[in-house]
Write a protein that binds this ligand. Sequence first.
Ligand code: G3I
Length: 376
Amino acid sequence: MRARRAALFAFAAFAAACAPVERAPERHPSLAKAFQGQFAVGVAVEPGHLEGLEGRFVAWQFNGLVAENAMKPPALQPQEGRFDFARADRIVEFAARHAMMVRGHTLLWHEETPAWMWQESDGRAASKERVLERLRRHVHEVVGRYRGRVQSWDVVNEVIDASREGCLRADKWLEVAGTDYLDVAFRAAHEADPAARLFINDFHTTQPAKRRCLIAVVRGLLSRGVPVHGIGHQMHVDLVEPKVAEVEEAFAEFATLGLEGQVTEMDMSLVVGVVRHPGSDAQLATVQAERYAELFRVFRSRREISSVTFWGLSDGRTWLDRGARAGRGDRPLLFDADLEPKPAFWRVIPPAAGRAALRAEVVSKSAPSAPALGTP
Ligand code: G3I
């Protein structure tokens, strides 16, 4: 089986290396190179997205990776005490081969907590002490394994609920462990890798009520000496919300915390509610391009923003075209399903990088032989 997989992998790599020049990912400007010195540009992947032409594309366009699903608690510890790191390892090893940063997503999320966390072996409900001990063990095992190879962690994901007093979501974590689960998760992660940057990650962080809650919860953690280093702004946006002014206002408010900021799950849906905006693909692509350009102007203006990560490598790999969301014609990213840049890519890339790429293309077209292209 191993030999077969190795042979398949070698063939895929060979095929990618032989991809016709007209499809070579390297003929377009690289986002990572264009934003060098400003922020890292990452992408959410599954291990299967790192082979063949896609792998070559990822290595060229990005200098950061995050596991879309492979590092979630049920994936890593499906049964208590049984860890399965195989899929996560493939992503971390690819990143190491290509000198890419890695975001760890995520150590604790109410939507992805394995059922065993809450039960004793006899079926009784687990106590607060038991649950917190299990949380410590999960965090120590996972962060310890990737010590020095995962530079930042979404320690907790989507814990804020601005409609509630105390600002925390009424989930099993709060019900069973009270607010202690936050402190325990961050402290355990810091113990396991003191150099890792520890983030609290959430969506709609620019909304006034939610950002006030998030800031209050973080100030509480910091006041207790809990090691929180950054705010993760998922930025799953659409063509209308959030307004650019709201984003600017929110990022300025978060900056008063003196922490790092990362855009962690960037995509821009063409759908509002369940209906795609009216307009042709070309019309919506133009609106999307302008809006991406505006948002990137804000990101580039904020010194505390250390990375911008896209939630999917192309419109062919977006979560917004799966399950109940499938078939709505949503195209939220900078590259189409053929890994070709969309108008939004050309509006996001700084002009100098675009011009440099154009020159390189002219040179390569006039060169007698095709340029030697790297392979993943
Ligand atoms: O891999 C299985 C496949 O074998 C099976 O046939 C299929 C149908 O049941 O399910 C597949 O697993 C799905 C997995 O995505 C891979 O597609 C899971 O059911 C599904 O729950 C999972 O959804 C993920 C979701 O988080 C929940 O974990 C999405 O891919 C992922 O994009 C999404 O990402 C979240 C972030 O982690 C947190 N922020 C919001 C963001 C979007 O919801």
